[in-house]
Design a protein around this ligand. Structure first.
Ligand SMILES: *Cc1c(COP(=O)(O)O)cnc(C)c1O
Ligand code: SF4
Length: 379
């Protein structure tokens, strides 16, 4: 069984792994309330410690228990970063002056419960009716290229989704070839969780690896940095297969920078973050960002208060060399962009509201709210 996406297959897996019946029922109810579809890869199943499944940090990210869930804050939103407002042509989000985000697809090998793009990614669930991608891929690429030609100041393209590890290879190759021909582009980054979900795609004999190797060399000749943005949240995710996948890329010369979402119960404690960063560094992956979790619905149990995040960020100072110390950011609701977590202008304790300014937009407000659990505790 390579991919698990049917509830019957999950039921069977839980029985095979001798999961207690109470947890099985709790999980089935949790999945029914999830914003994201059920889907797991073999490597995820292998990494989960089924004997301690209730507290396992990898299980928590994909298989929520109903008993973990919390009431949503009233200001959560499916498109919490207002990406749709900054969509300049289909699939192209232009928020920062010199860079764009291109959403290539809407499918992933597995679905994370806290996904920031839960308005789009994966099949619809009982909870969330997903947006459809309206335009065929080739027309979206054409739109992207035309936009880039009209905006020669844009030199950095981040390709994400969904997860491009599932893209049809000829389409991905066409996209990269076209982008590489633009003399204005200096950096192309691929965002993927594939190193953990489908590590074998990055091994030498796999066509996906071969495409990356070829494109890297060709783009390098054209003076374009072609790099990977990975997404690891816990040291356990860097098992031997994921490490091998990362090694295959770095030995080609491809840089990998990692983004982590800070998740309560998963990695929001100092030992977990230290272990994660140590594992990333050992695999030659640069710890890039740690994100304050976005204000998306149906995943409220994962959100830390901003103060907890700031405390962790302070504790992490000096644990690693500066260039292995990730930057803690909050991606501001209302499309304000990534901002240093410390940079708020005002904090209202009664409502747990942090007021920020945006570096990229004049019109706010840009407010981040603590979970109700915190504001209730404090009043
Ligand atoms: C995160 C993001 C980028 C890339 O930002 P970096 O800080 O350069 O990694 C680009 N566009 C959008 C819309 C983003 O959210
Ligand atoms: S891999 Fe990324 S895009 Fe896919 S579900 Fe997880 S967070 Fe969302």
């Amino acid at each position: 069984m390579e991919i698990i996406s049917k509830i019957e297959d999950l039921q069977q897996l839980l029985i095979d792994k001798a999961c207690p019946i109470a947890i099985r029922e709790d999980m089935i109810a949790g999945i029914a309330a999830n914003a994201m579809a059920l889907q797991l890869t073999k490597n995820i199943v292998d990494v989960i410690d089924w004997k301690n499944v209730a507290t396992d940090p990898v299980r928590m990210q994909f298989l929520p228990l109903a008993s973990e869930l919390e009431e949503d804050h009233p200001n959560l939103a499916l498109d919490s970063l207002s990406e749709k407002k900054d969509e300049v042509v289909a699939g192209v989000i232009h928020r920062y002056p010199n860079k764009v985000l291109f959403l290539l697809n809407k499918v992933c090998p597995a679905y994370c419960s806290f996904c920031t793009r839960s308005y789009l990614v994966g099949p619809s669930t009982q909870r969330v009716q997903k947006d459809k991608i309206k335009m065929p891929f080739k027309r979206r690429v054409k739109g992207l290229l035309e936009y880039l030609k009209c905006h020669p100041n844009i030199n950095d393209v981040l390709i994400s989704g969904g997860d491009l590890v599932l893209a049809k290879l000829p389409l991905l190759e066409d996209l990269l070839t076209e982008l590489g021909q633009l003399t204005t582009i200096k950096s192309i980054r691929l965002g993927t969780r594939g190193l953990f979900f489908l590590p074998q795609y990055f091994f030498k004999d796999h066509p996906f690896h071969q495409l990356l190797a070829q494109q890297y060399l060709w783009l390098k000749k054209r003076g374009i940095e072609f790099s990977i943005q990975s997404h690891f949240n816990h040291a356990n995710e860097l098992n031997s297969l994921s490490q091998m996948a990362a090694n295959e890329l770095t030995s080609l010369g491809i840089k990998i920078r990692n983004q982590t979402v800070l998740l309560r119960g998963v990695n929001a404690d100092l030992p977990s973050l230290q272990a994660l960063i140590a594992a990333l560094v050992a695999a030659n992956i640069i710890p890039y960002y740690i994100y304050q979790m976005d204000m998306v619905p149906h995943a409220e149990h994962f959100r830390t208060s901003l103060q907890e995040t700031i405390t962790l960020s302070k504790q992490l100072e000096g644990c690693f060399t500066g260039f292995h110390t990730p930057k803690f950011v909050v991606d501001l609701p209302n499309g304000g962009g990534k901002t240093n977590i410390y940079a708020f202008e005002k904090y209202e304790k009664e409502t747990g509201t942090y007021h920020y300014k945006s570096a990229v937009k004049a019109n706010g407000p840009f407010k981040y709210y603590d979970p109700l659990r915190i504001s209730r505790m404090e009043t």
